[in-house]
Design a protein. Structure first.
Length: 173
């Protein structure tokens, strides 16, 4: 074998090795790109979709709570300052907030606010992001005009409740 043919084989081997390395790098980059796209797309899909089955379970779980708040108001002429004031006379225990099917629903406590002597609101926040969150809100007045008229949020009425995407933009009661 001459030195020219040996040198040609070495060059061919080096070229083949470089092609294999480039191909492996391309496969790795493609895999990372596909994984990133899948994760980002899934997160955005979760972010912009409303988990309606969870909303319905939450609305159903809140019925005894709302009934006991209304009974408390009828008996005393005012609303309790906290939900703890309902137990044990009006409610054996505060109902749990149902867990969602996705990882987006993590809140386990009812947010309660006595807005006036006759009006209250319940809230469960969900879809926590770095600087935003969504919320499922019930107001005894059923008046959501301030939310529906807010251009910074998207909302959907679900029965007597409203689901708010971007709830950090609404004024707290």
């Amino acid at each position: 074998m001459t030195s020219d043919s040996k040198s040609g084989q070495e060059i061919g081997l080096r070229s083949h090795t470089q092609i294999v390395k480039r191909l492996a790098t391309a496969v790795i980059l493609l895999t990372v790109a596909i994984a990133s796209y899948t994760i980002i797309t899934r997160r955005l899909w979760q972010r912009w979709r409303i988990e309606t089955s969870w909303c319905q379970k939450t609305v159903d779980a809140a019925h005894p709570l709302i009934d006991s708040l209304e009974t408390f108001h009828k008996d005393t002429g005012s609303l309790p300052h906290t939900l703890d004031e309902l137990t044990p006379r009006y409610l054996s225990h505060t109902p749990d907030v149902p867990f969602g099917e996705s990882e987006s629903v993590r809140e386990t406590n009812w947010g309660y606010h006595c807005e006036s002597r006759d009006q209250f609101s319940l809230c469960v926040s969900t879809q926590h992001w770095v600087s935003s969150y969504d919320a499922l809100i019930y107001r005894s007045s059923r008046d959501y005009s301030d939310i529906q008229g807010n251009e910074n949020v998207e909302s959907k009425v679900i029965g007597d409740w409203i689901y708010v995407i971007g709830a950090q933009h609404i004024k707290s009661p």
